[in-house]
Design a protein around this ligand. Structure first.
Ligand code: FAD
Length: 428
């Protein structure tokens, strides 16, 4: 019996239920289709394409190490899977669960093929839809979700298949050229090997002090930096959650990830429409938006975050909250502009956590305190007490030591090459 394993956002061999099921059946066609539809859309951006290229190269090497190969095709996934089924006589196809609108259309097209199609868990710790509150189809509030999530049974972590047997005579295909100009110079490397190296280092030192370090803006090692690996499935979220199960502050964050996934699955318009209707409209100001995007608002803690984003394709969570709050609460601009900017730059940018968190900050989301406002300066004093984060990203403020770097306005040392604030932040 031959099965097709269609890799999508699960670019790994470890704890991959779809792959394990395909291998149990006999010969396997490990397939990745460079989807022309995705390549033409807004999700295909330089940083994520580079991360994807790293992940595919790593997957190819791992499959070769197990006697198989990555079969690469370009075009429409259902058409290519159909062609390969015809060529190899495959009778079944396995893939990971994905609830985006696009993924559901892809699944419908796959189900039209003369193949037995099975969808497997693996994108989240607890599959979206498994936990439902009484009388609802998804959890709208995190705390009860977290309680249910923590108590939910876990499936076992799966072993990596030792050998994978390919049907004979298959043309592996060409690795696509996914290089686009404009990749962030400090972008992290993608791929399962790198993800596992980071995970092991994090579990041996890092996770145990997470509660103390997670909000220190200048501490690059204070958080796990695994988000982009989880985004592309280079790492199994379940394996990570099981390994880190003794560290509740950290597993709670993994539950937030699952939470937004189940909201997005139930509310597919999450990236387009306010989850909770908002009364007053947003302001329109293209110059302010551009200054925010480019890290030139004149508010150092905001600009430092935006410059980290552009330089690394990553931004510290605390800085994401501060920059998002400044855009929506202080500048009064629509969160969807911010969401699109993050979508362009973030290696971990996705259709659940990105809009879900933006809606949460903007007060249009499903949290219980939609009117919370953040005070960017108090945040800066607390989470960057010696100004190290601001100094790293804004060298023009080097002359203002310590906390003074957070308030360059009207001081004698006010740097000439730093703009005045668009608007003073809340609480200034
Ligand atoms: P850690 O602190 O080490 O956390 C471990 C893991 O938990 C993360 O890798 C991530 O998978 C998950 N996690 C942590 N915080 C959150 C959260 N608030 N919501 C959901 N999952 C979380 N995260 C994304 O993965 N993709 C996005 O597109 C994204 N956009 C965001 C936009 C805004 C406006 C905000 C405020 C947050 C956003 N986040 C997003 C959540 C969070 O900022 C990142 O997951 C985190 O900074 C990644 O760094 P880390 O891996 O070191 O996290």
């Amino acid at each position: 019996n031959t099965s097709i394993m269609l890799f999508t956002r699960d670019l790994r061999l470890h704890d991959n239920p779809a792959l394990a099921a395909a291998c149990a059946g006999g010969d396997v066609v490990p397939l990745f289709v460079v989807d022309r539809g995705i390549l033409a859309g807004p999700m295909a951006v330089p940083n994520r394409l580079r991360f994807l290229a790293d992940a595919l190269a790593d997957l190819q090497a791992s499959l070769r190490g197990r006697g198989a190969d990555l079969i690469v095709r370009a075009g429409d996934p259902a058409e290519e899977a159909g062609r390969l089924a015809h060529e190899t006589g495959a009778t079944s196809l396995h893939l990971a669960d994905d609830r985006s609108r696009y993924a559901l259309r892809r699944l419908a097209a796959l189900r039209d093929l003369p193949l037995d199609v099975t969808v497997h868990p693996g994108a989240t710790v607890v599959p979206s839809g498994d936990l439902r509150p009484t009388g609802g189809d998804h959890y709208k509030v995190f705390t009860p979700y977290w309680r249910a999530w923590a108590a939910a049974p876990r499936r076992g972590v799966l072993r990596t298949p030792r050998t994978i047997s390919l049907p004979g005579g298959l043309y592996p295909g060409e690795m696509p050229d996914l290089e686009r100009p404009g990749v962030s110079p400090g972008l992290a490397k993608g791929g399962e090997t790198e993800a596992r190296r980071l995970m092991k280092a994090w579990l041996s030192h890092g996770v145990d002090s997470y509660d103390d370090t997670r909000d220190v803006l200048a501490d690059d090692k204070g958080t796990s930096r695994l988000s982009a690996h989880l985004r592309f499935g280079c790492l199994s979220p379940l394996e990570l959650a099981v390994a880190a199960s003794a560290y509740e502050p950290y597993t709670r964050q993994l539950a937030w990830r699952d939470f937004h996934h189940q909201v997005a699955a139930a509310f597919p318009d999450l990236a387009r429409r306010d989850y909770r209707p908002r009364g007053k409209g947003w302001r329109s100001d293209d110059d302010a938006l551009k200054a925010w995007e480019e890290g030139r608002t004149g508010v150092p803690i905001v600009d430092a975050g935006m410059r980290q984003l552009r330089h690394e394709g990553f931004m510290h969570n605390r800085a994401r909250m501060i920059t998002a709050s400044y855009l929506t609460r202080d500048l009064g601009l629509d969160w969807r502009h911010g969401y699109r900017c993050f979508r362009y730059w973030l290696a971990d940018g996705d259709l659940a956590n990105n809009p879900g968190n933006w809606q949460w900050v903007a007060g249009t989301g499903n949290d219980t305190r939609p009117n919370r406002t953040m005070n960017p300066l108090r945040q800066a004093d607390r989470h960057d007490p010696d100004g190290a984060y601001v100094h790293r990203w804004l060298p023009e403020l080097a002359g203002l030591p310590g906390k003074a770097a957070h308030r360059p306005w009207g001081t004698l040392d006010e740097p000439a090459d730093y703009p005045p604030p668009l608007t003073l932040p809340n609480g200034a």
